[in-house]
Structure formats: structure tokens, C-alpha cells
Design a protein around this ligand. Structure first.
Ligand code: ATP
Ligand code: MG
Ligand code: MG
Ligand code: MG
Length: 459
């Protein structure tokens, strides 16, 4: 069965639609007051920037700005999964309890599972994860080793009735998760799938502007023996982590990798997991003490993903068997792999902000550049802003034009809070001198230049 990798995504496979916006027509309900319920900065800024609104405990509506970032993260996740040869599907959020009885998890899952009855009294549930349902799809359609390897994934809402929903989208009850499932003939093939996921996750997090460190973890209710969690270091993280500081120097970068090449993927796993890096669940003090003292770090981290190999746990329980090509039938080897797509917004903001607001990494920013008209209604200022707006859009970028008749302070405050990488300030004095001001959100550096140079600089 040839190469697993069907698609080599590039710019033409995933055209980015320019989606410009005028503030006067947008729905950006920025809060003036600091929301009191928010204990951590990402939660506070997401509320203040009008990205989300709580509907009930741990359940949020996604307002335009938040939804736009969520979609950008989702796009990157899809692109990297396609690159690894994994195939997208969509499974329902409401599932029958019967499947979960087959695996024994209906009772084992406990109070985190939201259980529902339909009008006929049939027991249903809102999916907290989907090993059972995907195994059911597999066993109904795949009977031969010739159809392997196969990795199916989805990005779908999940529900877990967390004891303590908190920190906004970081620990929601309803949350958006990418969950992927590999089906392989042998343990060796399944471990290759595990490694492929590790590589694709490293690439995904880096494109999101994050450093997420793979750490040996505990498998919990999913079961299994091989598992790594990906953690973003942050003081507000809920996990305690122990690691060799050398690990923070590692970068996947833009190296090319052939996802079908087992040795190449294994080498990446070894490179990124050979140094000590564990969460509190698997921490081993004696092993940790073998790391030179100056490199021993204890910190906190946010879990943004996890990969598992769990062998034949579900295929045995649910009868997912294939012909092995030698006249026998064998249960498939499986693993599951998750990325917390909605939690990532919180993690990115925790990792990238200042006291004025969010600082979006280029890869996920809701708009690329803010255009700030200092004197709306002034003919020359309006014309210059409209021209910038049209030219950025034509260049395939997404400008957000603050065309409102508002105080300058309010306009600057909003732009700083929503954290676009670049701001162009257009005022009457500058226009008279033939220049606009270009400000970098991250460094605060502001430079005056002709509008044409500003467009060239930001593109
Ligand atoms: P946690 O330890 O934070 O409870 P988990 O280990 O239970 O997470 P997994 O089953 O590994 O979660 O799910 C995959 C990913 O989904 C996690 O790595 C995390 O990023 C995300 N996730 C899990 N629970 C939540 C939640 N309640 N809210 C937002 N994201 C979540
Ligand atoms: Mg959990
Ligand atoms: Mg966990
Ligand atoms: Mg986990």
C-alpha cells in the first residue's frame, strides 16, 4: 500500500482567504473593567478582548475574535495532520452507552462523563474522547492487513464534567480537542505511528509560536504503557514538571522529514525524549538527581497534548481484528493522540503577553495588522487608511481598520489588548509629511515611514 502520505500541503492546498474588517462593522465587545472572576492572565485577557463569553460554568460562547483564533489554530492542526498522512473524519458528540459498555469504560469513567437519556430511555453520553466509537467504525469496515496502516482523526467538541472548571478555556467542561487514532498490524508499526504523532505535534506547537516539551507521563483512564504529554512551561500551569534544562534548547525548526521513514521518526523521538523530563505523576527523584545540578529544573507546565500507545486494549475488548496475511486473525495495535485546541488559546496567551494585553504570534494572530485612524472624518487620513486597507487585503493579509470616531486613548488601548503584531497609526501631521507610524506590538518599537514602505515591511 504505497506511501502513507497522500498530501503534501503547501500554500495552494490551503489558500488563506484574506478576511479584512472595519472596527465600525465588527462585533468586538471589549470590556472596560477587569473581570473579577478571572484568576489568570489568559482568562482575563480573553474576556477583556471580547473573545469569549461564559455561558455556564466551564462552557463558553466563542465571540468573533476568539473564534477566529480558534479556527487559525485548527487550520494549523489540520495541515500538520495531513502532512503526516493522517485522515480527517468527524464523529458525533452524542454517543450510545452500549459501545462504552463493550470496553468496560461506561462504569470506569466516573463522574467526568456527562450521561444523558433520550426519550426512549436509552442511555447516551456526550463524548469525553472517542476510542470506542472509532474502533467501532474500524471493525465495521476494515478486515485486512492490506488496509493498514490507518490513522483517523477529528477535531470535535468534547465534554468532561470537571470537578473544578477554571481558568477560562484552559480547563473548560466543554472544550475543543483534536483526537487521532492509529490502527496498525504490529506493535512496531503502532510505535512508528506514535513517533509520527510526536513529530507532527512538535511541528504544530512550533507553528503556534509555542515551545511544548514532550514529557514522560502517566496513562490514566485511557490505559497503556507508552505515553508522553506535551507541556508548555508557565507559572500558572496545573502540572508540576521536572526537567533537564538542555531540553529547552531543542527545536524541530523547518527541517524536512519523511513521515514514512521509520528510522527518521524514531531519531526525532530519541532526540526529544532522551533527556530527563517528567510530570509529577511519573517523577523519579533518584533518576532526576543524575542530571547535573545546574541543569535540574523544577517548574510548572500546561498540558497541551498527549500521545498514547495502548496496544490491543480496545481491539481485544471490541473485536477489532484483521487478517494477518498468514491465514490468521489478529487484533489491531492502536494508540490515541490528543491536542487541546481550545486550551491552546489560553496557553499561547500565558506564554505571550505583557501588562497591556495579548501579543499574538504571527501564525495565529486574528488579524495581521491594525490600522488606526487618528482623525476619522479627515479627508486625507481617511483616504490614506482606505488605501492601506485595500493594499494589505490585496496582498493576502488581514487588516483590522479602526475607523471609529473614538478617543485616541481608547483606540490604542483596544489595539494593545487584542495584540495584533503590527499597528499603523495614521494622523494628520504624518500625512502632511508623507509618513505613517509603524509599531511592533512585541518590542514596542515605532518607526515613521511612507505608507508604501509600511506595506512592504509588514508583508
Ligand atoms: P488534564 O490533565 O489537564 O485534565 P487530560 O490528561 O485529562 O488533561 P487528555 O485526555 O490527555 O486530557 O486530552 C488531550 C488534551 O485535551 C489535553 O492534553 C489537554 O490539552 C486537553 N484537555 C483535556 N481536558 C481539558 C479541559 N477540561 N479543558 C480544556 N482542554 C482540555
Ligand atoms: Mg483530565
Ligand atoms: Mg493530564
Ligand atoms: Mg492527558
Amino acid at each position: 500500500r504505497g506511501s502513507l502520505v497522500q498530501i503534501k500541503p503547501d500554500a495552494t492546498d490551503f489558500p488563506k482567504k484574506a478576511n479584512p474588517m472595519r472596527m465600525s462593522r465588527y462585533f468586538l465587545p471589549v470590556l472596560k473593567e477587569t473581570p473579577r472572576e478571572a484568576q489568570i492572565v489568559s482568562h482575563r485577557y480573553m474576556l477583556q478582548a471580547g473573545m469569549i463569553k461564559q455561558a455556564s460554568a466551564g462552557i463558553y460562547s466563542w465571540l468573533p475574535l476568539g473564534f477566529k483564533v480558534l479556527r487559525k489554530i485548527e487550520d494549523i492542526v489540520h495541515e500538520e495532520q495531513a502532512r503526516a498522512g493522517h485522515i480527517a473524519i468527524q464523529m458525533p458528540t452524542i454517543q450510545s452507552a452500549d459501545l462504552w459498555r463493550e470496553s468496560g469504560r461506561y462504569d470506569a469513567y466516573g463522574d467526568e462523563m456527562l450521561r444523558i437519556k433520550d426519550r426512549g430511555g436509552r442511555e447516551m453520553l456526550f463524548t469525553p474522547t472517542a476510542e470506542e466509537l472509532v474502533t467501532d467504525i474500524f471493525r465495521a469496515h476494515v478486515t485486512s492487513y492490506k488496509d493498514l496502516p490507518l490513522t483517523l482523526y477529528q477535531i470535535q467538541w468534547k465534554f468532561r464534567d470537571e470537578v473544578r472548571p477554571r481558568f477560562g478555556v484552559m480547563r473548560g467542561r466543554e472544550f475543543y480537542m483534536k483526537d487521532g487514532y492509529n490502527f496498525d498490524l504490529t506493535k512496531e508499526d503502532a510505535l512508528h505511528a506514535y513517533n509520527r504523532h510526536l513529530v507532527s505535534y512538535l511541528r504544530t506547537y512550533e507553528r503556534l509560536g509555542l515551545q511544548a516539551i514532550p514529557m514522560r507521563a502517566d496513562s490514566g483512564p485511557i490505559g497503556g504503557d507508552d505515553t508522553h504529554e506535551f507541556l508548555v512551561l508557565a507559572e500558572t500551569g496545573e502540572s508540576e514538571v521536572f526537567y533537564d534544562s538542555e531540553i529547552t534548547d531543542l527545536k524541530f525548526g523547518d527541517r524536512e522529514i519523511d513521515y514514512d521513514d521509520k528510522a527518521a521518526c524514531q531519531a526525532v523521538l530519541e532526540e526529544f525524549t532522551s533527556r530527563y523530563a517528567r510530570t509529577d505523576e511519573t517523577h523519579d527523584e533518584a533518576l532526576f538527581n543524575e542530571v547535573p545540578e545546574t541543569r535540574r529544573k523544577v517548574a510548572r507546565g500546561i498540558e497541551v497534548g498527549q500521545i498514547f500507545y495502548f496496544g490491543t486494549k480496545y481491539s481485544d475488548a471490541m473485536g477489532a481484528m484483521v487478517d494477518d496475511g498468514k491465514g490468521g486473525k489478529v487484533p489491531v495495535h492502536m494508540g490515541s493522540h490528543g491536542i487541546g485546541v481550545s486550551r491552546l488559546l489560553g496557553a499561547i496567551i500565558e506564554a505571550s503577553h505583557d501588562d497591556k494585553g495579548i501579543i499574538w504570534p504571527e501564525g495565529v494572530t486574528p488579524f495581521h495588522v491594525g490600522i488606526l485612524n487618528m482623525r476619522s472624518g479627515d479627508e486625507a487620513c481617511d483616504a490614506a487608511c482606505e488605501d492601506l486597507y485595500a493594499k494589505f487585503t490585496a496582498a493576502g493579509l488581514e487588516p483590522l481598520y479602526d475607523d471609529r470616531d473614538e478617543r485616541a486613548g481608547a483606540k490604542f488601548g483596544t489595539m494593545d489588548m487584542i495584540g495584533l503584531p503590527w499597528r499603523i497609526t495614521v494622523g494628520p501631521r504624518g500625512i502632511k509629511n508623507g509618513v505613517v507610524e509603524v509599531t511592533c506590538r512585541r518590542t514596542g518599537e515605532a518607526v515613521e515611514m511612507p505608507a508604501a514602505d509600511a506595506i512592504a515591511k509588514i508583508q
